[in-house]
Design a protein around this ligand. Structure first.
Ligand code: FAS
Ligand code: PHB
Length: 395
């Protein structure tokens, strides 16, 4: 074999949660992988993202053999508060779903656990890989090329997993005629703050206030994660820490606002909100998973959890290919993953529509939004539908 050519069974592009979790599950099934990423570990671990795991995602981490710290340090949550113009309504997840709950455990920690496990098993991850490109996935011998310190390298493989996020090379390599995309851009963003202060409440608080949306979340009992809806024109430098804390408190009911413990920001960033789905998710021997395939507004805490369900379906299909010589799972991957994706897209859009102040809202729109909230408060069936979506549909 050429000096600059390697071989593996599954080449995974992207060392985020999707790529790492897929790599770990395949390893446990004796299937060889190489993971490539265009940045380094520290950059990946420095991105503050998701905070809520569905039970299915947590179970997948257990199945991958990396659930130890998550089970020790993760915070099980049985409910959260939904607030509309100061009216507080608790969504009792456990009672509304027959005992299901979610686990509060940061994506950063989950990614760290997966990276540590991969290192401990001596599995190959190539960071700072430039110009990663998938090739010949319409044929039987796909391969991936990349540059390392200016030297061109090649990885021959059986399959390519495109786990490289929304801006990755995998989906971008597919001719526009071979795929269809569905997209909705929201007219606002989320300004997030991470601060080493105790959370204002033991549970999450989603608040729709006349000034805009706010979310009180956490990473532990001493590390808080807060968000306020902001304009798409806003820049992080427009927001001092004091301005952030003031705005957060203004958007919370007094009962909570008075208890907010403020502190310096460990991180502040603005995330734009979009809904996005690519169809299909399979192109010959290239399979898209996670943010490479779809994006949801974070209101429903679905992004990371959808990545996990994609990985579950793709892992099972690849295991079936190698162990049972059957391609039924691979042939059904796209349809199966997209069914769950679209249900989560709907829920995330619905929660976002109910909980945010849209700049172009008419008075009628605002009344309808208020009525949407009232439905949840008045009818247990409406609360239960919200709760079932929040804890996540079964994989
Ligand atoms: P990721 O984007 O995490 O990882 C993709 C990896 O591929 C990256 O490491 C990237 O460097 C690499 N890559 C990209 N292009 C490449 C190329 N050409 N070559 C090689 N590598 C390449 N979800 C929630 O549930 N709650 C939240 O609060 C939340 N907040 C978010 C905030 C932001 C700013 C963003 C962008 C997303 C947020 N999400 C949230 C969603 C997020 O958690 C994703 O669902 C999750 O990161 C998906 O994981 P991956 O599919 O692995 O994609
Ligand atoms: C977070 O903790 O970052 C978080 C939690 C719930 C969401 C979105 C973000 O819906």
């Amino acid at each position: 074999m050429e000096a600059n050519t390697m071989r593996t069974q599954v080449a995974i592009i992207g060392s985020g949660p999707s790529g790492l979790l897929l790599g770990q599950l395949l390893y446990r099934a004796g299937i060889d992988t190489i993971i490539l990423d265009r940045v380094d570990r520290d950059y990946i671990l420095g991105r503050i993202r998701a905070g809520v795991l569905e039970e299915g995602t947590a179970a997948l981490m257990d199945q991958a053999g990396v659930g130890g710290r998550m089970r020790t340090e993760g915070l099980p949550h049985d409910g959260f508060d939904l607030v509309y113009d100061g009216e507080i309504h608790r969504i009792d997840l456990a009672n509304l779903t027959g005992g299901k709950r979610v686990l509060v455990y940061g994506q950063t920690e989950l990614t760290h656990d997966l990276m540590d496990a991969r290192d401990a098993e001596g599995l190959l991850s190539i960071y700072d890989a430039d110009n990663v490109q998938p090739h010949d996935y319409d044929g039987a011998q796909p391969y991936v090329t990349y540059e390392e310190n200016g030297v061109s390298k090649r990885i021959d493989c059986d399959f390519i997993a495109g786990c490289d996020g929304f801006h990755g090379a995998s989906r971008a390599s597919v001719p526009a005629s071979a795929l269809q995309v569905f997209e909705k851009i929201y007219p606002f963003g989320w300004l997030g703050m991470l601060s080493q202060v105790p959370p204002v409440s033991d549970e999450l608080i989603y608040s729709n206030h006349g000034r805009g949306f706010a979310l009180c979340s956490m990473r532990s009992k001493t590390l808080s994660r807060y968000y306020v809806q902001c304009s798409l024109e806003d820049k992080v430098e427009d927001w001092s820490e004091d301005r952030f804390w003031d705005e957060l408190r203004r958007r919370l009911p007094e009962r909570f606002a008075d208890d907010v413990v403020t502190g310096p920001a460990l991180e502040m960033s603005i995330a734009p909100l979009r809904s996005f789905v690519c169809e299909p998710l399979r192109f010959g021997r290239l399979f898209l998973a996670g943010d490479a395939a779809h994006i949801v507004p974070p209101t429903g805490a679905k992004g990371l959890n959808l990545a996990a369900s994609d990985v579950h379906y793709l892992y099972e299909a690849l295991r079936e290919h190698y162990e049972e010589k059957s391609d039924a799972g691979l042939d059904n991957y796209s349809a199966k993953a997209l069914h769950r994706v679209w249900n989560a897209e709907r829920f995330s859009w619905w929660m976002t529509s109910m909980m945010h102040r849209f700049p172009d809202m008419s008075d009628f729109d605002r009344r309808i939004q208020r009525a949407e909230f009232s439905q949840v408060v008045q009818f247990e069936a409406a609360s239960a539908t919200l709760a079932e979506n929040y804890v996540g549909m079964p994989f």
